[in-house]
Design a protein around this ligand. Structure first.
Ligand code: ADP
Length: 299
């Protein structure tokens, strides 16, 4: 099974003509509410793609927290370790202007209270793959990686949002998944401008982890590690909204690896999931099912 340790957020979205300047008030459209958080998105992606998924995280004892948990449960995800605590549920306050620019304030809330000591080692025992991101405290991510490693699971870290990583965390990671920007931050190198530069960066990262995957949006991905290296072009689709393409990719890779797929097949499966998510608006609503991915793979 897949164990996701990570964030759950409620995304609160308002359309505005233009963003307010400091001190200014603008009137927007009706409030829209979308379940989000990279952890929850990746859990939903893996579940829709056929994995048995358990989530570990924190929400507030409030209406958003209850709604987020219900949403995961409706996807068949086990939420026994998504505890409701005395802190507000994480939210992202998003305004979208008429020219399509987002302005976002994230309040991590309960996500920031997930402590290393909250992680129950027994939960890691049956996991084939442990999936981590960087929207919960770094020391918790590190502890989760170490527990996953100790339990014999494959530890997959999606190093998003971009930041530098302590060596002790990377030492417990088996699969690092980053986009170009995140790859540059983790390696402390300039952003790659060509697929060749991205592959060189993947090789650099693969000196620190057994497998490094650098995703390149519509240009596909490159990977390097102990099983060799390679590049995979993206599936040709008409992108509508690439929000959550990365989360679909990570969830897809976790589901395929948990199912025992060999590496290159798993990367193709994940890439198809990312491509399908890019063809539909929104985050969780855009995440594809296993049948849809099979359709794209056989096309
Ligand atoms: P992130 O959203 O984290 O920046 P990417 O944009 O690199 O991640 O997308 C992750 C993966 O999803 C890509 O490697 C690719 O396989 C797929 N993907 C993303 N955007 C597109 C697109 N426009 N066309 C086809 N595939 C895409």
């Amino acid at each position: 099974s897949v164990l996701v340790v990570g964030s759950l957020n409620m995304d609160l979205v308002v359309a505005v003509e233009r963003h307010p300047k400091p001190g200014e008030t603008v009137i927007g459209g009706d409030l829209q509410r979308f379940p989000g958080g990279k952890g929850a998105n990746q859990a939903v992606a893996a579940a829709r793609l056929g994995a048995r998924v358990r989530m570990v995280g924190r929400v507030g004892a409030d209406a958003y927290g209850a709604e987020l948990k219900r949403g995961l449960e409706a996807e068949g995800i086990e939420t026994a370790e998504v505890a409701e605590i005395e802190a507000p549920t994480g939210v992202a306050l998003i305004s979208v202007s008429a020219d399509g620019q987002n302005a976002i304030v994230v309040s991590p809330g309960a996500n920031a209270r997930l402590r290393p000591e909250d992680l129950n080692p027994e939960r890691f025992a049956e996991a084939a793959v442990v999936v981590l991101q960087l929207e919960t405290p770094l020391e918790t991510v590190r502890r989760a990686a170490e527990l996953g490693r100790a339990a014999g699971a494959r530890v997959l870290l999606n190093a998003a949002p971009a930041q530098e990583l302590p060596a002790e965390l990377l030492a417990a990671v088996d699969v690092l998944v980053v986009n170009e920007f995140e790859a540059a931050r983790v390696a402390g190198a300039p952003e790659p401008e060509t697929p060749e530069e991205a592959l060189a960066l993947a090789r650099e990262l693969a000196r620190r982890v057994p497998l490094a995957v650098v995703t390149l949006g519509a240009r596909g991905l490159v990977w390097a590690g102990t099983e060799g290296e390679g590049a995979l072009p993206a599936f040709k689709v008409k992108p509508v909204d690439t929000t959550a393409a990365g989360d679909a990719f990570v969830g897809g890779l976790a589901a395929a690896l948990a199912a025992g797929e060999p590496l290159e097949a798993a990367l193709r499966f994940a890439s198809a999931a990312g491509a399908l998510a890019a063809t539909r608006p929104g985050a969780q609503p855009s995440l594809p099912t296993a049948d849809e991915v099979a359709g794209l793979l056989s096309r």
